[in-house]
Design a protein around this ligand. Structure first.
Ligand SMILES: C[S@@+](CC[C@H](N)C(=O)[O-])C[C@H]1O[C@@H](n2cnc3c(N)ncnc32)[C@H](O)[C@@H]1O
Length: 296
């Protein structure tokens, strides 16, 4: 169980893991699903039901039976993207603690559709913020305004009762310190909903080599603001494990899921030497060997 460990990392399809989690177990969820890029994705359709005949054991010893309906490659197109996300977001809402928050990191081309989907699952009144992560890197279009931001939608389960640690949030310098008094300028300000933050520096120590790795500074800000020490943070599109790294730095527990062997290998390197991590479906030791199995 996660309670006794620093973290738990699953090599699996996230829906298979989500359905085994008890209601209200995650204090904070951060997810950064693959964007709707037009690349081909593989989708395995499964149906998981509670059944005494099942071979998967979930929380409380409950048994689950997973039936594979079929596997298909599909272009990462709009309709399929939302159909892929919806059951996972419904589960995310269910496993979120009563005072928990969901941070949903998405591309500017998809954010509108995802907001409507999330409104339908959480309720519009539970929408807290749209955080704009702005950066300044890479090629620049000359035919339109160069797109240099991602969107992070923030939802809470209960708008009347949620964790938001305003006093703990690391302050940043004012853009125009001359316009505030010297005391305020020295203290800095709590960030607004627009976060200027560099991408992961290409040659910095933070770089893992995982193509879609997000900056640790962004994850630390989220974890610090919206969870407490010892809380459980869930990231079921974990990639290189940035959420786990933020949790280690801030003394939170984590539950990470990814269905890519490459992601698990990167996480094994990133968390090498960290004690208390439980690996499910993946052996982190011989990362170049054949001891891992594909998620089923
Ligand atoms: C954009 S990346 C996440 C990057 C991550 N935030 C980081 O900082 O490294 C999305 C991840 O979702 C994973 N993924 C996609 N579909 C999945 C599924 N059905 N179950 C589990 N993981 C999945 C991909 O393998 C990929 O690593």
């Amino acid at each position: 169980m996660v309670q006794a460990t620093t973290g738990m990392i699953h090599f699996a399809d996230n829906l298979d893991v989500l359905v085994t989690l008890a209601d209200g177990t995650a204090n904070l969820i951060y997810i950064d699903p693959p964007f709707n890029t037009g690349k081909v994705q593989r989708r395995t359709q499964v149906r998981t039901v509670r059944s005494e005949a099942g071979d998967r054991i979930g929380f409380g010893g409950r048994r689950y039976l997973t039936a594979r309906i079929g596997t298909q490659d599909f272009p990462d197109l709009f309709d399929d993207y939302l159909a892929f996300l919806e059951p996972r977001l419904i589960e995310a809402h269910r496993v979120l603690a009563p005072d928990g928050s969901l941070y949903f990191h998405v591309d500017y081309r998809e954010v509108h559709y995802c907001k409507i989907l999330l409104d339908s699952i959480f309720g519009r009144e539970c929408f807290l913020n749209e955080v704009i992560w702005a950066y300044d890197y890479g090629g620049r279009s000359k035919t339109r305004w160069p797109a240099k931001h991602d969107n992070i939608l923030v939802y809470v389960k209960d708008p009347g009762n949620y964790t938001f640690n305003w006093d703990d949030i690391a302050r940043i310098p004012y853009m125009a310190p001359g316009l505030v008094g010297p005391g305020k300028a020295a203290r800095g300000k709590v960030p607004t909903d627009t976060w200027w933050h560099t991408i992961v520096p290409t040659h910095g120590p933070e770089k893992t080599g995982y193509p879609t790795q997000k900056p640790l500074g962004i994850l630390k800000r989220i974890v610090e603001a919206s969870s407490r020490r010892g809380d459980l943070v869930l990231d079921f599109f974990a990639g290189s494990g940035t959420t786990g790294a933020a949790c280690l730095a801030l003394e939170r527990r984590f539950l990470l899921v990814d269905n890519s062997r490459q992601a698990l290998e990167v996480m094994a390197r990133r968390f090498a030497g960290v004690s208390g991590i439980q690996w499910i479906g993946f052996d982190p030791a011989p990362i170049d060997g054949q001891t891992t199995r594909d998620p089923s």
